[in-house]
Design a protein around this ligand. Sequence first.
Ligand SMILES: [Zn+2]
Ligand SMILES: [Zn+2]
Length: 194
Amino acid sequence: MSPAPQRPIHPVIAALTPAEHAAFLRRFHSKVQPNPDTGCHEWTAAACHLGYGRFGINNRPYLAHRIAWTLAHGKDIPDGLQIDHRCRNPRCVNPDHLDAVTPRDNTLASNSPSALNAAKLACDRGHLLIGHNLMTGPTGKRRCRICTNANTRRYQARRRLATEVAAYNAAVARGETPAPIGPFPLWWTPGDER
Ligand SMILES: [Zn+2]
Ligand SMILES: [Zn+2]
């Protein structure tokens, strides 16, 4: 028995308004925890009895890794193909670890971590490199907009903090008693890039 209905996903996503689509992506990303050791993007929310993540769209359940493949490739999983976890980790939704294969290939698939260096479909923190979130750097490198913006915010916060501290120290050096500075900006809290 199939662990969740393998209904087409792309038309459901395509029918979302831009606001609904953004909310859907935020909700999807919030359930993904990248594993720096394996490169897997592990599903932290509900899973089916086979270990595949489950995710609801419009109150209907879908398999999370099938959603990730569909989002990354911008089309439905071709008829007759299954999504194989190259990493053998059913909770993983890293599209770079997912291959659309024939059922026979899926049965024969080994543990070999081949071709993991193909064009990346997600950043190291698990954000899909699709649509508005895909940026192309000056050298043509694919970059994540969410992480790039978060890095910029942290950089600017550090610069502001350094400026404030320098001014405070200069005032102290002049023999003044400057007002205490702070509270210091929290330029990094886990998850602030989502
Ligand atoms: Zn994986
Ligand atoms: Zn990212």
